[in-house]
Design a protein. Structure first.
Length: 127
C-alpha cells in the first residue's frame, strides 16, 4: 500500500496515522540542498547575504562574502537555532528534513547574524 505525498513528508518518511497541514500548502517542495538557509541568512554588519562555504574538514559553514567575519559560522548550529524558532512560531511537527528549506522560505524573509555567535540571530518573519 503506497503512502500519499503528505505521509512521506513526516519525519523518517513513515506515517504514524498523522497528517501535517504543511504538505497541503501550495509551493512546498523538497530540497537536496545541504544549506538550509542559503538565501535567508544575512550578515548583520554588512547587510549582505551570507554564502555557504565548505569549512575545514568539509564541515558546512556560512561566511560573509565581504570578509567582515574572520570566523566561519557552523551551518548545523545556525540552522538548528533557526528551525527551533520556526517551530515556536508555527506548528511544524513532523516536517521531514528535505522539506524544511521550503517551509523556512515561506515563513522567513531574512535571518540576520548579529555577532560571531550561532545563537545571536534576528529573525524577520513574513507577514
Amino acid at each position: 500500500m503506497n503512502a500519499g505525498p503528505s505521509a512521506r513528508l513526516l519525519s523518517g518518511g513513515s506515517s504514524f496515522g498523522l497528517r501535517s497541514a504543511w504538505p497541503r500548502r501550495a509551493g512546498l517542495t523538497g530540497s537536496a540542498d545541504p544549506y538550509l538557509l542559503r538565501i535567508l541568512l544575512w550578515c548583520g554588519p554588512c547587510d549582505v547575504p551570507m554564502h555557504p562555504h565548505p569549512g575545514r574538514r568539509h564541515k558546512r559553514t556560512y561566511k560573509c562574502p565581504l570578509g567582515c567575519r574572520k570566523v566561519e559560522l557552523p551551518a548545523e548550529a545556525i540552522e538548528a537555532v533557526t528551525w527551533t524558532a520556526a517551530e515556536r512560531r508555527a506548528t511544524l511537527s513532523g516536517i521531514a528534513p528535505p522539506f524544511r528549506k521550503s517551509v523556512l522560505e515561506q515563513l522567513l524573509a531574512k535571518v540576520v547574524v548579529r555577532a560571531n555567535a550561532t545563537n545571536d540571530l534576528h529573525f524577520i518573519w513574513r507577514t
